[in-house]
Design a protein around this ligand. Structure first.
Ligand SMILES: [Zn+2]
Length: 209
C-alpha cells in the first residue's frame, strides 16, 4: 500500500486508478505530473474530460460516436449511402476509417450475439438495422464482425433476416484471422480484407437453410 501524506493526492490517485489499464503506481506518476503542471494545462485537461462526458453522444442513425444528432460520416454527402458496413463497436469504425479504403456508411451494433454473456438480438442495434434496411436503398451490406463464434452467430442472424431485402451481403475476407478483433488488425490487412470481401453465401453456402 502506498503512503500518500496528502488526501488530495490520494483522492486523485484513487480516481485515476479506476481507468482501464492504469495501475496504482502509474496513477501516482500521472497525479504527480498533474500536480506539477501549469494550472491552465490542468484546467484544459479537466474541461476536455468534462466536455467529453457531457457533449459526446451517439449518432441516431448509425450509432457511431458523434458530437451531433448525426455523425460526420452520415452527414457527409460524398459517402456512399447504398453501402452499409455492420461493425461491433465504434473502435471498428475507427479501424476501418484508418484504412482509407471505405467510402460507404456504417451501422454500429454495440456488440455481438453472445447468449453466455446474456447478449441477445434485443440488446444490440439489430432492430434499428432492419428498420434502416426497410427505409433506405441499401444495395450492399458488409458484415465486418469479429471472426469468432459470436461474430458468426450474429452474421447468420443478420443474413437470415435480411437476405430477401439486400441485393448483396458480403463478409470481410478472412485476412482478419479467426478470433481476431478488427481493431487489432493492421491497417493494410484490414484494408485488403475490405477490398477482397466475399459474398456471404459463397462462404457459408446454404447451411443455414
Ligand atoms: Zn452516423
Amino acid at each position: 500500500m502506498l503512503n500518500f501524506y496528502s488526501i488530495y493526492l490520494e483522492d486523485a490517485v484513487n480516481e485515476i486508478a479506476k481507468l482501464p489499464g492504469i495501475g496504482r503506481r502509474t496513477a501516482l506518476r500521472l497525479a504527480l505530473f498533474v500536480a506539477k503542471n501549469e494550472e491552465e494545462e490542468v484546467v484544459r485537461l479537466s474541461e476536455a474530460l468534462l466536455k467529453l462526458k457531457t457533449h459526446l453522444t451517439t449518432c441516431q442513425h448509425c450509432f457511431n460516436l458523434s458530437d451531433d444528432i448525426n455523425c460526420h460520416i452520415c452527414d457527409n454527402p460524398k459517402r456512399d449511402k447504398n453501402t452499409v458496413c455492420v461493425v461491433q463497436d465504434i473502435r471498428d469504425v475507427m479501424a476501418i476509417e484508418n484504412t482509407n479504403q471505405y467510402k460507404g456508411v456504417y451501422h454500429v451494433l454495440g456488440g455481438v450475439i453472445s447468449p453466455i454473456d446474456g447478449i441477445g438480438p434485443k440488446q444490440l442495434k439489430l432492430a434499428e438495422l432492419f428498420q434502416r434496411i426497410e427505409e433506405e436503398d441499401i444495395k450492399e451490406l458488409i458484415l465486418a464482425l469479429p471472426a469468432t463464434v459470436e461474430g458468426d452467430t450474429t452474421n447468420f442472424y443478420i443474413h437470415k433476416n435480411v437476405k430477401e431485402k439486400v441485393p448483396v451481403i458480403t463478409l470481410l475476407s478472412r485476412g482478419v484471422g479467426v478470433g481476431e478483433e478488427l481493431e487489432y488488425t493492421d491497417e493494410i490487412t484490414l484494408g485488403r480484407s475490405l477490398l477482397t470481401r466475399i459474398e456471404f453465401e459463397r462462404t457459408y453456402g446454404k447451411v443455414e437453410d
